[in-house]
Design a protein around this ligand. Structure first.
Ligand code: SF4
Ligand code: SF4
Length: 472
């Protein structure tokens, strides 16, 4: 099939002649652009400005470009698109801005404009098509696992990574290095649809399994459910939707992300809390109100689900710990995932939970605020810049001389693992929920027999009263 037919028709759906760079469908809000007072406080935290020292690759410069795009007579030039594409969407500028500029909302709307109107090269379109036809589909990702296992065990993957040719093809090199070290048995494991709370129920949780997280990090999902149940939440883990739409939303693919957002709302609005353990997905769900703001049928439902969305650390840190903690003697460096620390403002909670584990020594890497370069599909679309950031992050983490790294986003985990390997220094990378689940398991084993019996009795009583209440 000719490449153009394979890619389909990418025609601009806005069928009119534009008198400025942006069309009228959700352009970036002029009032938000005007909030920027050009003080420059955000500049040192912006990874692209740190790398290139180029004003138009800073938040301030990009906001100026957005303002230009709203002006009559402006054009969406290749240069302008290049500066928007260079942005990682890490939201470090949002955290740093003393004037509260909502760069997150501005770049989301700008990216949608770019994807609708900017004709991309065949190579870029093909890459995007490939990514969006694979990553948001857990079943397709799972189908890659047997091949990954064979490539890894046979040494072929390492051989491919050593090929000189690959050094000249940075996107392929990145893809080969990001290949997760997943085990076959993890891909067949499924989460129970419902897991009862241990003891008196503190509320129902709709747990988002995610796409990449479900396919490649099933052990993280299992650990998260175990911790939530041990801390008194009844966990429901519906199989649908296959993805919450975060990957598409953060890349400006509005038409891809809308149906996934709606399916997520339908699946989760009945629960007390919507809980997410992947930073990018959590920030996307909290943004549903903005995404669906113009849709009269969905906007209120989107706002309601966004209001119930909690990162798993956020929910657990908001209630007194109930499950016993056993000791884990380990020095752990905590990596702040941008979509957790910057986009959701969740920094203290994962640290609080990790510090609740006896024996854990928590250490902080330098430049915590700088992105690791993963940033959704950024390490594939901008592999060189992403590699510089990945190397810098890996070196800062290694300088902590920790026994392990804790990170709460699958993209960061894969990116950091790839760059530790490039430096020939591999370290265990764990989600905080895995450490917490391990600690709770150890705590239970150490409980005196009488306490274990009391807990088992409470659990049985709890499930009996729930059965009575539901007429079962
Ligand atoms: S989102 Fe990140 S990369 Fe983009 S402008 Fe803000 S700080 Fe810079
Ligand atoms: S985004 Fe905020 S910190 Fe950056 S220049 Fe504008 S007002 Fe200053």
């Amino acid at each position: 099939m000719p490449i153009d037919s394979a890619l389909g028709d990418d025609a601009n759906p806005i069928d009119r002649v534009l008198d400025r760079a942006f069309d009228d469908h959700k352009p970036p809000d002029q009032a938000l652009v005007d909030d920027c007072v050009h003080c420059g406080f955000c500049l040192p935290t912006c990874p692209t400005y740190v790398l290139w020292n180029e004003e138009m690759d800073s938040p301030r410069g990009r906001i100026v470009l957005m303002g230009e795009g709203l002006t009559e007579g402006s054009e969406l030039s290749d240069t302008m698109v290049g500066h928007f594409d260079n942005c990682l969407g890490c939201m470090a500028c949002v955290t740093a801005c003393p004037s509260g500029v909502r760069y997150d909302l501005l770049i989301e709307d700008t990216r949608q404009q770019v994807e609708r109107q900017h004709p991309r090269s065949r190579r870029e379109r093909l890459l995007r098509r490939m990514v969006f036809a694979t990553f948001p589909y857990p079943s397709r990702l799972r189908a890659t696992v047997p091949l990954l296992v064979v490539l890894r065990r046979s040494g072929l993957l390492a051989g491919v990574q050593r090929l000189r040719l690959l050094q000249r093809l940075p996107t392929l090199r990145t893809l080969s290095e990001l290949a997760p070290a997943v085990r076959l048995r993890d891909t067949v494991r499924r989460l129970p649809r419902r897991t009862l709370a241990d003891g008196e129920c503190r509320g129902t949780v709709g747990f988002l399994q995610g796409c990449v997280q479900r396919a490649y990090f099933g052990d993280v999902n299992a650990a998260s459910v175990a911790v939530l149940a041990a801390e008194g939440f009844e966990v429901h883990a519906p199989h649908a939707p296959r993805c919450c739409g975060a990957l598409g939303l953060h890349a400006g693919q509005e038409q891809d992300s809308l149906p996934l957002a709606k399916a997520t709302i339908e699946a989760f609005e009945q629960y007390d809390h919507v809980v997410v353990n992947a930073a990018g997905c959590g920030s996307a769900i909290k943004d549903y109100g903005h995404l669906l703001r113009d849709d009269p049928e969905w906007s209120a439902r989107a706002e309601a689900v966004a209001a119930k969305a909690r990162d798993v650390h956020e929910l657990l840190a908001s209630v007194p710990a109930r499950a016993p903690r056993g000791a884990i003697e380990m020095k752990v460096a905590y990596h702040d995932a941008c979509h957790l620390a910057h986009a959701q403002g969740v920094r203290s909670q994962p640290r609080q939970l990790l510090r609740s584990i006896p024996g854990i020594e928590l250490v902080e890497p330098k430049e915590w605020e700088l992105c690791c370069g993963s940033a959704g599909i950024y390490n594939l679309t901008r592999p060189e810049a992403a590699a510089e950031l990945g190397a810098r992050k890996a070196e800062n983490l290694l300088a902590c001389e920790a026994d392990a790294i804790a990170a709460a986003n699958p993209g960061c985990t894969l990116q950091i693992a790839a760059h530790l390997k490039r430096l020939d220094r591999e370290l265990p990378l764990l989600h905080p929920m895995q450490l917490l689940a391990q600690s709770i398991e150890a705590g239970r084993r150490a409980e005196p027999g009488v306490a274990r019996i009391a807990r088992a009795t409470r659990r049985l009583r709890g499930s009996a009263s729930r059965r009575r209440a539901s007429g079962g």
